[in-house]
Design a protein around this ligand. Structure first.
Ligand code: ADP
Ligand code: MG
Length: 731
């Protein structure tokens, strides 16, 4: 009896830890960024003039002069060729959710027939990939399939190694011929610029020396690692990255023995390997540990400027997938690979840093810097309060729907946790002066937050793990982001809503100052107003509890439970206006994006529906029928030798139970098919997505229930799909 499951189990039993060459021979600093065209490498390979011009463009986010681009390209090429690179690619992040590359060689033939290696400014600055097959939400009809990738000089070029191949990768944005963005990076860069401008203006209330504010991002990536052979024996894992069927194992995560436990050796070798590859690419990984669920892990880097951090996260996901193969493992980045155990998230730690070296979300040491901290802190809360629907929309996906609100991950209700101490501070500012602030109230400016820092930190080490948006001492942690998501989506929203709120804040303060208020007093007045207006978004309790859902409803907070509903936020008048005013998306771009996200949702659910139908019909039912036949044979034999019904009562009962489940699986698969047909007839994307969500998807649970019951009764030898205990505990 050798089905693919048993072959896979056999291969796990003999799998060995793969030794990685060179690991530990060098310090991390010796290999760090060795495949990156860093500032230092640039110095060596570029003229002073080209170096300065590139650095300025990177800082200002402006175009590189065409003549300089030739020089930069030549420098990059010589650097890359020294390392055995023969090809280059514009590396971009289309809305497919993965990264895209189209490789070209440096090799070319001149008009006189001479073969040469060439990489000039044109090739560096702009490329025209055949873009018709990337999602574009109708922006660009296929017949005018022109999309351009354009160099992003603010993210350094790097060399990607794959087997023995090495490719020079140029980070780029991806735009349509008319400039509309078709990727994640273009809007991200715009949001970073908008936030920079708005934040610098507000900084000037406190410090005229600030000339640039950068958004910083430190992501924490959760993932599962399982044996590749076992994964390949599960069509659902192979095609959707998650299990659609499978009864929970006797032991799951209830003993909590996996969290921070020792890392299994095969996985450890995999981690060391992908970390090493990441270091070469300049990804500053720092932390690794086991997560709560069996076979679940996490890694996190040191935080970086937002754009680079986003690039590094997408690169890391790519590297993990590639390196896992070497170890005959599979990295599952899906938000919910297994029912019954925790899913995976990607916490986005976000803050703002000035070019004077100040973290704007870090409490200051003097009253003046405290007021600056308080300003950015309160504005962030106000931003979340005003645009919670957009934050919810930014993390919505078919995958993340399985996680949000599933009593293991933040709920779909957005709220902010700031801890007891800061809650008291805000309450104090709000309550202390009922009427207008006066000069005497400058006492409030002396809120000695810094003296309380030990308390503040204590408060935060014990912080609320259930909150979707938590202040953790010197940054906000957006915890509801899905593990497979591109961080750009939540970052674009966060940066933009913060920019908008800060712009309004400046206007409000200026208005009071014009009326004759002292600046500090005006700032406090407006802060007090914002604190009180945004109060309902603050929640310090248990976000997983049922009481919170009720309380949130009483407070009038949004609770978009599913993706199709959550995505509406992007096409409300308010949402469109916000993105338009801040120069992030035109209204048309937003509508296109909305359509792309809905389309993505429909496709994901559709693929899962097909697969669950296939698994049920082609794997589960045959195994069940097979086993039932054995039972029938058995009963017939017992009858033949003259035993009475009493002796095969159990078998008869089992035969009946199996029949019941078979019927149920079959009926639900058929009904799901009908529901799908109906859904597919709907032309409108929004309506179709809702149909898939509310009328197709519910069949998944029904089918699964009966299929999993069959798994429990059918002879283990006959079961074709690797079981949860094997997937989760064998490696
Ligand atoms: P944990 O949240 O697990 O307790 P830390 O607080 O040390 O761990 O940091 C978590 C993540 O937050 C790390 O990825 C770190 O780089 C990031 N981080 C720390 N400071 C900042 C900041 N100022 N801006 C953005 N991310 C930050
Ligand atoms: Mg954290």
């Amino acid at each position: 009896m050798s089905n693919i499951r048993f072959q896979a189990l056999q291969s796990v039993a003999t799998a060995e830890e793969k030794k990685i060459s060179g690991y530990g021979e060098k310090k991390i600093t010796a290999i760090f960024a060795s495949n990156v065209f860093t500032g230092r490498t640039m110095r060596e390979h570029l003229s002073d003039e080209a170096y300065k011009s590139l650095m300025n463009s990177a800082k200002a986010g402006s175009r590189v002069d065409r003549r300089m681009a030739d020089q930069v390209a030549a420098g990059m090429k010589s650097w890359a060729e020294e390392r055995g690179v023969t090809h280059f690619t514009h590396w971009f992040q289309p809305l497919t959710g993965t990264t895209a590359e189209k490789h070209d060689s440096f090799f070319t033939i001149k008009s006189d027939g001479t073969a040469i290696e060439l990489f000039d400014g044109d090739a560096l600055i702009q490329q025209e990939p055949d873009a018709s097959s990337f999602p574009n939400g109708g922006i660009r009809a296929t017949f005018e399939a022109r999309g351009y990738t354009a160099w992003d000089p603010s993210s350094p070029a790097f060399i990607m190694e794959s087997g023995s191949g090495k490719t020079l990768c140029i980070p780029t944005i991806f735009i349509a011929y008319n400039g509309e963005s078709l990727d994640y990076k273009a809007p991200l860069l715009k949001s970073i610029a908008a936030l920079d401008k708005a934040a610098v203006d507000v900084c000037h209330f406190f410090d005229k020396n600030v000339s640039k504010v950068t958004a910083t991002l430190g992501w924490e990536q959760e993932y599962f690692v399982i044996d590749e052979a076992l994964a390949n024996a599960r069509p659902d894992l192979m095609m959707c990255g998650r299990t659609l069927l499978g009864h929970g194992p006797a032991k799951g995560q209830q003993l909590e023995d996996h969290y921070f436990g020792s890392i299994p050796e095969r996985v450890y070798a995999f981690m060391q390997d992908f970390e090493q590859e990441s270091y070469k690419l300049g990804i500053p990984l720092r932390t690794r540990h086991n997560e709560v669920a069996p076979s679940q892990f996490e890694c996190a880097p040191i935080f970086e400027e937002c754009n680079i951090a986003v690039d590094h996260n997408t690169l890391l996901m790519d590297v993990m997938n590639k390196v896992a193969k070497r170890h005959k493992l599979k990295a599952l980045l899906h938000e919910k690979p297994f029912a019954g155990v925790n899913g995976s998230g990607k916490h986005n730690n976000w803050s703002l840093a000035t070019d004077t070296g100040v973290n704007l979300l870090s409490p200051g040491k003097t009253p003046r810097t405290n007021l600056m901290f308080l300003t950015f802190f309160v504005n962030a809360i106000k931003a979340v309060h005003d645009y919670d629907d957009l934050l919810r929309g930014a993390i919505a996906s078919a995958n993340n729907d399985h996680r949000l609100g599933a009593n293991e991950a933040p709920p779909a209700i957005i709220s902010v946790y700031i801890g007891k101490y800061l809650s008291d501070v805000l309450d104090e500012v709000e309550m202390r002066v009922k009427e207008k602030f006066t000069e005497q109230d400058e006492v409030i400016l002396k809120l000695d937050i810094h003296k309380q820092i030990p308390e503040l930190l204590m408060d935060n080490t014990d912080r609320n793990r259930t909150s979707p948006f938590a202040f953790t001492g010197n940054k906000f942690e957006f915890r509801a982001v899905g593990s497979s998501a591109n961080c750009a989506s939540p970052m674009v929203v966060l940066n933009t809503i913060m920019a908008e709120t800060l712009k309004q804040f400046k206007k409000d303060v200026d208005a009071l100052v014009e009326k004759g208020d002292k600046k500090e007093i005006a700032v406090l007045q407006v802060l007090r107003d914002y604190i009180s207006k945004s109060k309902k978004i603050r929640f310090e309790g248990d976000n997983y509890s049922a009481e919170w859902a009720e309380e949130a409803e009483r407070r009038g907070l949004n609770n978009f439970k599913t993706t199709p509903e959550a995505l509406d936020a992007f096409v409300t008048e308010k949402g469109k206006q916000l993105f338009y005013d801040n120069g992030i998306y035109s209204k048309r771009e937003l509508e296109a994006r909305h359509e792309i996200m809905l389309e993505d949702y429909v496709k994901k659910v559709q693929i899962e529906a097909r697969l669950i139908g296939y698994l049920a019909t082609n794997h589960v039912l045959p195994a069940a029928i097979n086993y039932q036949n054995t039972l029938v044979e058995n009963v017939r034999g017992l009858k033949e030798i003259g035993l009475d019904k009493k002796s095969y009562k159990a078998q008869l009962n089992l035969i009946e139970v199996i029949s019941g489940h078979i019927q149920n699986v079959n009926d639900n698969v058929e009904a799901m098919l009908e529901a799908r047909k109906k859904a597919n007839e709907i032309a409108d994307y929004h309506k179709r997505a809702l149909k898939y969500c509310h009328e197709v998807k519910p069949y998944f649970d029904k089918i699964r229930y009966h299929a999993d019951k069959l798994e429990l009764v059918v002879d283990d030898k006959l079961w074709p799909l690797p079981k949860y205990r094997e997937l989760l505990f064998m490696r």
